[in-house]
Design a binder for this molecule. Structure first.
Ligand SMILES: C[S@@+](CC[C@H](N)C(=O)[O-])C[C@H]1O[C@@H](n2cnc3c(N)ncnc32)[C@H](O)[C@@H]1O
Ligand SMILES: [Zn+2]
Length: 665
């Protein structure tokens, strides 16, 4: 007989309610329902001596470089088995940072080695966040490898932050929190989408000042593996695995008034569906760490999809990586605003094929009123790429009082004043600073005193150094190649162009998000004047410009500024002079977003599989002339144009595609 349809039964059959229950039941069964501080074991656990199942290989102080160990052999299994828990045949043990993670050979649980930078950066950021949180409670954190820890006493008895001063060892010294120990006053972390548990285990083994870490996933295969990995690494006293829909878990914790101090969201693609729960389930002043890998959507390939996920239109432009950062910040702030909360970004990074933001969440109705004036629409000229911001609201200060009103606009006319083309409208997006520079400095100086803490430390230091040089009050950027290609002239060197801006009295910086980026407070009219002056020195053939082209309109105007391209000493930023590693080199073959894990480990044909499928296709076909499409390029067809002689329809002569910093979409 056919069962009667009831909505409740349907939801449960389809796993929608069941997952929320599973976590409750499972944790209740285990008697481990995210214990409040007083329930935590009082015993101090020393990572090297008392930690159950501590792997002896870690005690040797070897550099925590990520590497994939040999495929399973009985040797490896025995080797790994000397830690805790058996490694089954067909499984691999991977080391990243201080964690050793068991992985099945099939693609049942997600792991992307290229995201090591993301996980290293997260460990570095949350260490500094925790240092700040705990120092206010008089607790000092001990980070392994850091130069001598200066003991401080923070006296908050008067309700004011007292000066921190070094205390002699012994009496009066502040409490210290060490890695691998439960710190009763420490922070509670939720890794909402944890897969193998690698990130949570790294937190437990590398970051001091933790009260508890919940590693959650809704895949039972992942949670099974996670539980084994927790045991394998001997961090069961700090990390609890949880099987639940991440949203249900966060709503539940919010309802039970048991928020998390740090929530990490590292989803497949977009984090959009988790944001509403996350902004509520994080504690007052707590930290959200959010990854987005749906860069095609966020960078302008599908503006309407971007709107449906983030409430903002993305548009195509050279500035797309920074725009993506501003879109996720807008979305986070907007969702927080629903609950009288608002965000304060600590660090926002664009790397490889994803973006990662670290924001604090606070409550305050008065500050929430300012949120409209922190967002802006973007007018972007389709002809010359000149862009202008239009704030959504206006905030005016009268002493300590603020008045809020609507903004006036638009900032542009019906067509672009420089090239006479139309504007595209993007946003709204976050128009305030992307980073808290003082916080970023703290992360940098901690890394500076602990060289070799992370496998990707050089790159973290390079990227953060660039971040500290970025002009924080200038949203988005131009690129040198787009400015020169608009007027069809050759490109000035970075130092020449930066010098011209400095000579003209403006500020300029690079951006960590894009090579060749020019961030400047100079108005677009000055940028085009500099390009006009450059063109006078390196003339383009005017007769070849169509009289409706952006180049024709821009070059028809006489510059009002006489640009000087004499190189200035201060035109070369420190991070560039020092040759810091600032952009990703190809880390491995087929790098990029990984395919989703599949139940049963079935191989998905997405992303890296497609990449493998298509790799060397050109080379393979090169020998077979019959396969070559005989379509000459436009320049060759016309038989004119510089470089036409170099054009070749044959793939043999075609330069091999070089992967760059742009996302491999
Ligand atoms: C990209 S992986 C996480 C990788 C992991 N954070 C790391 O650093 O290795 C995304 C994970 O989210 C899980 N997931 C997807 N939707 C979920 C949901 N609604 N609730 C809980 N887990 C979810 C997937 O099963 C998958 O394991
Ligand atoms: Zn224009």
């Amino acid at each position: 007989m056919k069962a009667k349809f009831t909505p409740l039964a349907w939801f449960m059959r389809h796993g929608i309610l069941q997952l929320g229950r599973t976590v409750t039941n499972q944790l209740a069964r285990r008697g481990r329902r995210f214990p409040p501080p007083e329930d935590l074991p009082a015993k101090k656990l020393c990572p090297s001596k008392d930690m159950e199942g501590e792997c002896p290989q870690e005690a040797n102080g070897s550099h925590p470089e990520q590497h994939e160990e040999r495929p399973p052999t009985s040797d490896l299994a025995m080797d790994a088995g000397s830690c805790t828990g058996p490694v089954k045949t067909g499984e691999t043990v991977i080391t990243e940072g201080k964690a050793k993670i068991i992985f099945p050979s099939a693609n049942e649980v997600f792991y992307n080695p290229v995201q090591e930078f993301n996980r290293d950066l997260t460990c570095a950021v949350i260490t500094e966040f925790i240092r700040l949180q705990l120092s206010a409670k008089g607790i000092q954190i001990a980070v392994p490898g850091e130069e001598k820890i200066e003991k401080v006493v923070v006296d908050l008895s008067e309700g004011e932050e007292a000066e921190s001063e070094p205390a002699p060892d012994g009496e009066g010294a502040a409490q210290a929190a060490a890695v691998g120990e439960v710190c009763k006053e420490g922070v509670r972390i939720l890794e909402a989408l944890a897969a193998s548990g690698l990130r949570s285990i790294r937190f437990a083994k590398e970051v001091p000042g933790l009260q508890a870490v919940v590693a959650n996933d809704f895949s039972s295969k992942a949670v099974e593996l996670m539980a084994r990995n927790i045991q394998f690494n001997g961090v069961g006293h700090l990390v609890t695995s949880s099987l639940a829909d991440a949203r249900m878990l966060m709503y539940q914790q919010k309802a039970e008034k048991h928020p998390f101090d740090i929530i990490d969201l590292d989803p497949y693609g977009s984090p959009a569906i988790f944001l509403d729960a996350a902004v509520q389930a994080v504690s007052e002043g707590g930290l959200l760490c959010v990854t987005c890998t749906d860069m095609a959507v966020m960078a302008g390939n599908s503006g309407e999809t971007c709107y449906s996920k983030y409430g903002a239109m993305s548009i195509k432009g050279k500035f797309c990586h920074e725009m993506a950062l501003r879109i996720i910040l807008h979305s986070l702030d907007l969702r927080a605003n629903c609950y009288q909360r608002y965000i304060v970004p600590l660090l926002s990074v664009s790397a490889d094929f994803y973006i990662r933001v670290f924001v604090r969440v606070f409550t305050g109705q008065a500050t929430v009123k300012a949120s409209a004036s922190k967002q802006a629409l973007l007018y972007n000229c389709v002809g010359c790429g000149t862009h202008q911001f239009q704030r959504l609201g206006k905030m005016t200060g009268h002493g300590s009082n603020f008045k809020y009103s609507s903004a006036s606009g638009p900032p542009v006319g019906p067509s672009c004043e420089h090239c006479h083309q139309r504007h595209q409208l993007g946003g709204p997006m976050w128009a305030e600073p992307l980073h808290d520079q003082a916080f970023v400095q703290r992360v940098l100086s901690a890394l500076g005193s602990n060289l070799g803490r992370f496998g990707t430390q050089d790159r973290i230091q390079g990227v953060l150094s660039m971040v500290t040089e970025e002009l924080s009050d200038v949203p988005l950027y131009y690129t040198l190649d787009s400015l020169s290609s608009t007027i069809h002239c050759n490109t000035p060197s970075l130092l020449q162009f930066r010098s011209a801006l400095l000579h003209a009295g403006y500020r300029v910086s690079l951006s960590h998000a894009c090579k060749n980026a020019i961030k400047t407070d100079a108005p677009p009219s000055v940028l085009w004047d500099i390009m006009r002056c450059w063109e006078r020195l390196h003339p383009v053939k005017r007769e070849r410009l169509s009289d409706t082209s952006p180049a024709f309109h821009i070059l028809s105007v006489e510059p009002t500024l006489q640009a000087s391209f004499t190189i200035r000493e201060d035109a070369n930023p420190k991070s560039r002079k020092q040759g810091l590693k600032r952009f990703q080199e190809n880390p491995e073959a087929y790098w990029g977003p990984k395919a989703r894990a599949k139940a049963g480990g079935g191989i998905s044909t997405s992303l890296q599989d497609k990449r493998k499928l298509h790799q060397n296709k050109r080379k393979e076909r090169a020998g077979d002339r019959s396969q070559v499409k005989n379509i000459p390029c436009k320049r060759l067809k016309e038989g004119s144009g510089a470089g036409a002689e170099k054009c070749c329809p044959s793939p043999e002569a075609a330069p091999e595609a070089v992967k760059t910093d742009s996302p491999p979409q």
